[in-house]
Write a protein that binds this ligand. Sequence first.
Ligand code: GN1
Ligand code: MG
Length: 360
Amino acid sequence: MNRNSHSEPSFLLENFSIPRKKYSLSPLTHGYINDTFLVKDGALPVYILQRINHDVFPNVSGIMNNIEKAFSFLKSDDYHNISLIGTVSGQNYYSYGKEDVTFWRLMTYMDNSLAYNTSENPKIAFGAGKIIGEFHRLLSSAKPESFVDIIPKFHDLTLRENQFKASLSVGTKNRLQTAEKAISFARKTLETLEELNHLDLPLRICHNDTKLNNILFSKKTDQPLCLIDLDTLMSGFFHFDFGDAIRTIVNTAPEDEQNHDNIVFRRDLFDAFIDGLATNAAFLTQAEINVLPKGAVLMPFLHGIRALTDYLNGDIYYKVAYENQNLDRCLSLFDFTQKALEELDFMEDSIASRLKTIAF
Ligand code: GN1
Ligand code: MG
């Protein structure tokens, strides 16, 4: 076996504290950043092995320490967490190689669980709201300053605006032309959302990537279990996690859907999500609640402008499976941004009538 090959990294398992057995690995391909493998013992899935993308995440030990710290808060009867598996020398990740170092971690596979890329089921939307509320409730006593800022200003609109503007002078003529519509939507929406640059809100420990397929559900009961993919866990505002969930829950089409007729804002799923969140929302301040509808516009827009920027930069950040994937993602995220903008009043009313059990 070629020991440098990342396509068959089973030899790495020897470095983790697990029973010595012959395991088989299969790649899971839905992430845009890390490489993920399902580890099986015979037919039984037992672990998740992941190579952490060191270009995107230079501070691997910072990530792993953040996750361990967060796990010490994420303990409740309603939160069924995965566990990290240490290396034989007691570290929470394994670095392999000398010059071309790669970073690996191993986690338990949650038995009888599944994640949905999309779902039309209000019960799933409710569960997503409930578990995101539970995650934040449990972490509400964590001190944001004691966590490492893994990607500083990750969801900062001004940073993303500046990166977008810089990409306009890097993009090829061809790509700038192909992306013309997206570029003008970006300029217009940056103005619309400008007020979000001046908010006075409490900093919290956020997940920062709460798309639906980062939530595990029980296969048997459809109850939510926990959030996964905690690399971007760091300080942020609650409406970041809210908006990322909404963009992947009330739109039942995939993130890079090319037929925009399939991109929808399902009001019933929005209501169900808020009902779920309301079961665990007492920690939210009124100011945080007020900004939630705008958060549901901000997050698809931020992801869209990041995809557009990467498209103009020549696909240097996200993994792309085909030529225009970044642009397709941008266009569908912008389409949903527009649909969310048209639902601002609806969102306000739904939130006002469902999230009113706030205790101060
Ligand atoms: C990236 O690789 P994945 O799917 O966990 C990105 C997120 C986006 C997501 C999908 C560090 O996450 O911000 O929501 O793609 N993560 C990073 O658009 O950039
Ligand atoms: Mg992620």
